[in-house]
Design a protein around this ligand. Sequence first.
Ligand code: NAG
Ligand code: NAG
Ligand code: NAG
Length: 312
Amino acid sequence: MFSLRTGFCVLHLVFLWASTLANEKETSFQLQQHNVPMSVDVINLKPTDNSNKHNNWPGRYLPDRSNGENYGSISKIVTENEDFAVYSAPKQKKNMVTMGSMDINSTCDDGKTNLTRDWDGSVYNYTCMQSQFLPVTDIEPLLERDLVPKYYVANHVCMKESISYNHDIPSFGPHRPAWARYGEYTFLPKQRWLHNLEHGAVVMLYHPCTHPVMIVRMQAALKACLFRHIITPYTLVPEDRPIVLVTWGNRLYMNDVDTKLATDFIKKYANHAKETTARDGQYDHLLIQPAELISPDDVNICPPPHKRKNRI
Ligand SMILES: *[C@@H]1O[C@H](CO)[C@@H](O)[C@H](O)[C@H]1NC(C)=O
Ligand SMILES: *[C@@H]1O[C@H](CO)[C@@H](O)[C@H](O)[C@H]1NC(C)=O
Ligand SMILES: *[C@@H]1O[C@H](CO)[C@@H](O)[C@H](O)[C@H]1NC(C)=O
């Protein structure tokens, strides 16, 4: 009797060990990298360049989809060299006014006025109107990188003007001066979260019909990684890869939740943006749950549980 029990125990342990191994298997994914053609619209502001170019910036940054140019076909394998927007880890500058925070005011954008310019508040943007999507297993996750030129400067646009983008999931571009408070939203327009991306955030977009188990697993992993995260439903994600993690210049499309791949992505690309700052935002319309501090200034991204600042 005793040995039978021990036998079961051992079997159980072997099973646990095997399933752990299975979970830790090397993750694979497809990679697509897109050069953002600098000559078209992207400003190349060298530190010595005092020209007025960026004041004339019309707010579009890629060739129009309609004119037949497909920047997606221009791809190039690069090593992470100097030419593209892989910024080094943050150097905290004390007393530095975040660029453009002077236009956070009630005549330009206070994060409260004329919000319907970016989103009409429709429930269809955050409600599942069809059956839930189950994980798709016969495809791989897809990592898409927009190779943003290092000297690209994104404009701040007041609420008097609309901002349009050439991609359903822009990974960089002009945005609103008042960025979003970090955390989970009923719905947050892209004109806001793009600004958070510029500060080094990770944005999790999910289709409202994504199976709740997938949403909960990805949310839990992201929330435990860093303070600077945004979570919002978004209907313009692909249905076969309904969860997308976005950082400045990068998109990881997931057909199922692979927490190892996701945390690798977050560790690699979070906090490597144009103006990294951990300051919380001003916009909090429909914020459901504010983000928690994980490590001061997010220096320690996706730390093991015992190293989290917010542990109880
Ligand atoms: C508000 O922001 C706009 C746009 O940057 C600026 O022109 C204006 O001077 C600001 N107003 C105040 C009162 O700071
Ligand atoms: C809301 O959903 C509609 C219909 O799918 C879409 O056209 C629109 O772009 C969405 N709005 C936002 C702000 O995502
Ligand atoms: C809000 O919209 C109204 C009407 O279009 C406009 O007159 C006003 O200047 C706008 N205010 C802001 C802060 O965008």
